[in-house]
Design a protein around this ligand. Structure first.
Ligand SMILES: *Cc1c(COP(=O)(O)O)cnc(C)c1O
Ligand SMILES: [Zn+2]
Length: 415
């Protein structure tokens, strides 16, 4: 049984009040003694735990490291990640017909996705562990972020990408930031299997979201949403709608809420309902939620235009599904065409996102139609990556260009 309770004694293995706990068997491990990704006893997922959980009064400064008191290491490898805008989105709000809609645009991070939040913490931990190569499997954004943070830390980076399935902007970033890029004849889940084996053989330090420290950085999305919402509207949101790939963010946001409850800064009832959205062609989480299960079943054939969430085996599902259930959330699948419609709608509000990010808005609209979200709710949609990540998708979703002669009358004639 997955146990996500934060209560209990600090174990002797803790370092500076931090340790790792297995969410399945409850076993505990020293956080920085050995390189470990899963429980050595039962292979369960690991989670960082702390002797003390801070409330909001402990936070100061800006960005991810504002929340240093809730993180396992001190700042070190940073390019000023986090502190992303929480936008109003009038077109989306009108279409959704709910009390309040805001868009938390994680595409405004240094490399254009929320992955930077995880990497500033994960690469710092890697430094502390003294590893000499960083690696990840990626649908693109993880590789872009790891390449940038690895570059900043002067540590070599290896990335495994599914051949032909990664958007151009992301590969360009990984290449320029200096990663060694291997294109695998397989999908993302195959890439993750391979890189996990390389990590198990000690060839590289794995920085996929299986890595519990990365999720600690991503947890700060939730802290920011809560603080910014309260500043903007005086209230916390009732619901957060987010795209789901490996379900790392879903797990990370739920962890932030649990920590705030442990700190006495939030009640269980105040946790925003975590609402996951997947593309219809890659929806194992939705399948699990519809069946009320605590585990997903691997989809071997996945396809969607939203390549960032083209994932059939969400590794963090055992941590994320309890978050969906305990917060009163749900999960929904949307078609690629509805994702593109939502991408255009966001663009009309001046917010440029890649397809996977637009899934959040598409999911909000779908759940409104089904009557599963009520009109009085305050909703935050998480948009995970920037429009320029996938220029081909943006160009295809946008209008055509018009060839004109080089004179003003010619331009006016063509309009
Ligand atoms: C990584 C990524 C996701 C998936 O996030 P998970 O935490 O794995 O569920 C969604 N959108 C974008 C743009 C991403 O880069
Ligand atoms: Zn275990």
């Amino acid at each position: 049984m997955t146990d996500l309770s934060l209560a209990g004694e600090t174990p002797a293995c803790a370092t500076d009040g931090v340790w790792l706990a297995c969410v399945e068997c409850g076993g505990t491990l020293a956080p920085f003694a050995d390189v470990v990704y899963r429980c050595p006893e039962c292979s369960g997922l690991l989670e960082a735990r702390y002797a003390d959980y801070p409330g909001f009064e402990a936070f100061s400064g800006r960005g991810v490291w504002r929340y240093a008191d809730a993180l396992p290491v001190d700042a070190g490898v940073s390019v000023q990640e986090g502190d992303t805008p929480l936008y109003e989105a009038p077109d989306v709000a009108a279409a959704a017909g709910v009390a309040d809609v805001r868009v938390k645009h994680e595409g405004m991070n240094p490399t254009g996705s929320f992955k930077d939040r995880g990497m500033t913490v994960g690469v710092r931990v890697a430094e502390r562990l003294g590893v000499d190569r960083l690696a990840c499997a990626s649908t693109g954004n993880t590789s872009a972020a790891l390449a940038a943070y690895g570059g900043r830390a002067d540590t070599p980076v290896l990335v495994l990408l599914p051949a032909g399935k990664v958007a151009a902007g992301k590969i360009a970033q990984a290449a320029l930031h200096g990663a060694r890029i291997c294109e695998v004849d397989g999908n993302f889940d195959d890439c993750l299997d391979v890189v996990a084996e390389l990590a198990a053989r000690g060839e590289a330090y794995l920085l996929n979201s299986l890595n519990p420290f990365r999720l600690e950085g991503q947890k700060t999305i939730a802290f920011e949403i809560l603080e910014q919402s309260r500043t903007a509207t005086g209230e916390w949101p009732d619901r957060i709608v987010l795209p789901v790939g490996n379900a790392g963010n879903t797990a990370a946001l739920y962890k932030a809420f649990r920590e705030l409850v442990a700190a006495g800064a939030m009640t269980d009832d105040e946790m925003p309902a975590l609402t996951g959205v997947q593309a219809a062609g890659a929806a194992p989480m939705v399948e699990a939620v519809e069946a009320g299960r605590g585990r997903t079943e691997r989809w071997t054939d996945v396809e969607t235009r939203a390549t960032a969430i083209r994932i059939g085996n969400p590794v963090n599902a055992p941590k994320a599904l309890p978050g969906v259930y305990e917060t009163g959330g749900t999960a929904v699948a949307v078609s690629d065409d509805r994702i593109t419609d939502a991408q255009r709608m966001l663009a009309g509000d001046g917010i440029g996102v890649e397809p996977a990010s637009a899934a959040s808005v598409a999911g909000l609209l779908a759940l409104r139609e089904r009557g599963e979200i009520s009109a009085d709710e305050r909703v935050v949609c998480l948009t995970t990556g920037h429009l320029l990540k996938d220029p081909a998708a943006a160009a295809a979703a946008g209008g055509d260009t018009t060839p004109v002669p080089a004179d003003a009358d010619g331009v006016l004639d063509a309009l």
